[in-house]
Each structure stands twice: as structure tokens, then as C-alpha cells.
Design a protein around this ligand. Structure first.
Ligand code: PMP
Length: 354
């Protein structure tokens, strides 16, 4: 920390992303990326046209991709705003919709970026503990008294709220924005996107990082009533109008055109999730019933020992120091072959532990 850093940020603990190591070719099951390459059309679309136009700024309104996203959800392009990953859109929501009268409300165990955004934008927080089984209780948020952030499925638990429960929260908080972070929704949960016409206070945020195999392109999108989208667009134009580059936009457009590939990849992840859940349960791990592309599992050996043992064998999973989940690890669901490699390493570790 330099002596020039604003006092506001003294002691700020930044978000700690999952490890992205360069020193060894790990099997990466730690940051919920897709194991599959982008749709075949993505590569062609980037190399064909967009490279030649890199001397020009991109469209600040990302019109072509916003229109495709809107069509996919049967919405108007005015209901869509693209962001540099959904992280950027979440940061816009904290800036646009939170202040002293609108504290940020979110569960104690959820996406680790929420408290960091609250801190950096000087927003008070109201934390709602999960229940003993790690579920979010809709009734706790009725009303919540601030801007609500709910990851659905939640991370890192993988557990979901039903659409009816989301609707109950929306109805109980008409004077506050409810942000539903659906980074993992495509792997079997219900999207609140169909409630957007009904609720003026709903923002749904999705990403192309997981189910669209484009984590490296950094594309997220917000879906909401036009007035809320206008507020978010004001944030974007005030910080970085050209927040999405031409190559990423070309990749997103091509990925959105290939619905068959998208559905096929999701199906494989759902199958691999059932496989790894059943296999770990056979080994007496406690696995939370996930609808995401990851599982939160409690191994029969301490979570940190399991994480370190796997790392030594070249497999990265995610271990959190947070008290209630420190006995668990979060494992990204990859291909069946990758899950088999994880199981073989697990069996070795269990044998070594006696
Ligand atoms: N929300 C949740 C719950 C996440 O786990 C993640 C991924 N780390 C994100 C949002 C952000 O995803 P991205 O910025 O890649 O769209």
C-alpha cells in the first residue's frame, strides 16, 4: 500500500479469484469454467472479419449481440445490457442501486465478490445467514430493507430457490431492486428472466462464461425493465463506454447462433454432475444437491487436506477458509473423463489416509 492510496481503501481486502497457475498443467476444476471449447463458429467469426476492424472502436451499445440476447429471451433489446463479464454488471448494480438507505442484502455464504463490491463502493451491508442445510430462506427477505443480491443457483453451494420463491421476494420488496445472479442457471435451474415484464424491480444477470464456454471473452448480460437498464447504462457510459471489445462481441454473436452446441454441452455437464455426485457419495462424501456446473462436497478427510492432496496430484479444486464451509471443497464439473481422473486421485488419497 502506498502512502498515496485514498484512506477509503485502507484495509480493503480485494476479491481473491481462483488460482490460474502457469507453472504446471493442472486439471482445472477450481473456477467453474467449461471443459469444452467455444462453439465451432466462434473461431471462424473472430478471424474472418473482426481482426481487420481492430483499428475502430467497438459499438458502445453492442447492438447486434443485445438483439440476439433479447430474441433468445423474447424481450426487447432495451431490456438488455451487456457487460465485461457479469462481474462488471454486478458492480454497476452496487453503484446504481445501493446507498445508505438501500444497503446491499445478501446471504452469508454466497458469491465472494458481493462484500468486496459493497466495501469498495462504500455501501452498508445486511447479511442473511443460510439455514443449517445451506438453503436461502425466501421469508428472511420479506422484506429485506435494501437492494437484494441472490445468486440462483447460489455459489458455492449450488442450491436453488424456485421461481415462486423469487416471486415472493420480488413482491415483498417493491421499493427495492432485486438482483438475481444467474451465472449458473443454464445447468438445470429456472430463470427469473420470464418475470421481467411483471416486475419493474427485477434485474437478472447471466454470463456466457460458463454454459456458453466463453470465460476468456468476458461477456455477461443484464435483463431488466427498460428503466433499470437505462440506470445501468448510465453507469457503463460513465465508467467505460467501450467495455466490450470487438473480438469478444464477435465471439458472443457466434456462440448465440449455435443453440445446438450450447444445449449439447449443458447436457454433458448435467450427466457428468450426476456421475460425480453418485461416485463421491459411494465414497461417503456429503454432496449438496447442485443444479450448477460445480458441486460442494464434504470429503471424509478434512477439506483442506483433500484440496492440497489433489493439488499435489495435479488437480485443482476450490477450498474456502470461511468457517461453515471449510470442511468442504467446490469441484467444477468437467467431462466424464476428467471426473474419472478426479476419482482415481481421490481413491489414492483415501488409501494413503488409511
Ligand atoms: N456470479 C457468480 C455467482 C459467479 O460465481 C461468477 C463467476 N466467478 C460470476 C458471477 C462472474 O462471472 P463472469 O464475470 O465470468 O461473467
Amino acid at each position: 500500500m502506498s502512502r498515496y492510496l485514498s484512506h477509503r481503501f485502507w484495509g480493503l481486502e480485494p476479491y481473491v479469484p481462483g488460482e490460474q497457475p502457469h507453472n504446471r498443467n493442472y486439471l482445472k476444476l477450481n473456477t467453474n469454467e467449461s471443459p469444452f471449447p467455444p462453439a465451432p463458429g466462434v473461431i471462424a467469426s473472430i478471424s474472418r472479419a473482426e481482426i481487420h476492424r481492430l483499428n475502430l472502436y467497438p459499438d458502445p451499445d453492442s447492438r447486434a449481440v443485445s438483439e440476439s440476447v433479447a430474441a433468445h429471451f423474447h424481450l426487447d433489446p432495451n431490456n438488455v445490457l451487456l457487460g465485461n463479464g457479469s462481474d462488471e454488471l454486478l458492480s454497476f448494480c452496487f453503484q446504481a442501486f445501493c446507498d445508505a438507505e438501500h444497503p446491499a442484502c445478501f446471504p452469508d455464504i454466497s458469491y465472494g465478490f458481493y462484500p468486496v463490491f459493497a466495501r469498495i463502493f462504500c455501501v452498508p451491508v445486511h447479511i442473511f445467514p443460510l439455514d443449517a442445510d445451506f438453503h436461502i430462506h425466501a421469508a428472511d427477505y420479506c422484506p429485506a430493507g435494501g437492494t437484494i443480491f441472490i445468486a440462483n443457483p447460489n455459489a458455492p453451494t449450488g442450491l436453488t430457490l424456485s421461481l415462486q420463491e423469487i416471486e415472493i421476494i420480488l413482491k415483498a420488496n417493491p421499493d427495492h431492486v432485486v438482483v438475481v445472479d444467474e451465472a449458473y442457471v443454464d445447468f438445470g435451474a429456472e430463470s427469473a428472466s420470464m418475470l421481467i415484464r411483471k416486475f419493474k424491480n427485477l434485474v437478472v444477470i447471466q454470463t456466457m462464461s460458463k454454459s456458453r464456454n466463453l470465460a476468456g471473452a468476458r461477456i455477461g448480460f443484464a435483463l431488466a425493465d427498460m428503466e433499470l437498464i437505462t440506470d445501468l447504462r448510465t453507469m457503463k457510459y460513465s465508467f467505460n463506454p467501450y467495455n466490450l471489445n470487438r473480438l469478444s462481441l464477435a465471439a458472443a454473436a457466434a456462440a448465440l447462433r449455435d443453440d445446438e452446441y450450447f444445449q449439447g454441452c449443458i447436457q454433458k455437464i448435467i450427466e457428468a454432475r450426476a456421475f460425480i455426485t453418485a461416485e463421491l457419495e459411494k465414497r461417503e462424501f456429503q454432496v449438496l444437491p447442485s443444479l450448477a456446473n460445480f458441486i460442494l462436497a464434504k470429503p471424509v478427510i478434512p477439506g483442506e487436506i483433500y484440496y492440497l492432496g489433489l493439488k499435489e496430484k495435479g488437480i485443482l479444486v476450490r477450498h474456502f477458509q470461511q468457517n461453515r464451509i471449510k470442511d468442504y471443497v467446490r469441484i467444477t464439473v468437467g467431462t466424464i473423463d476428467q471426473m474419472q481422473i478426479l476419482l482415481d486421485a481421490t481413491d489414492q488419497l483415501l488409501k494413503e489416509a488409511g
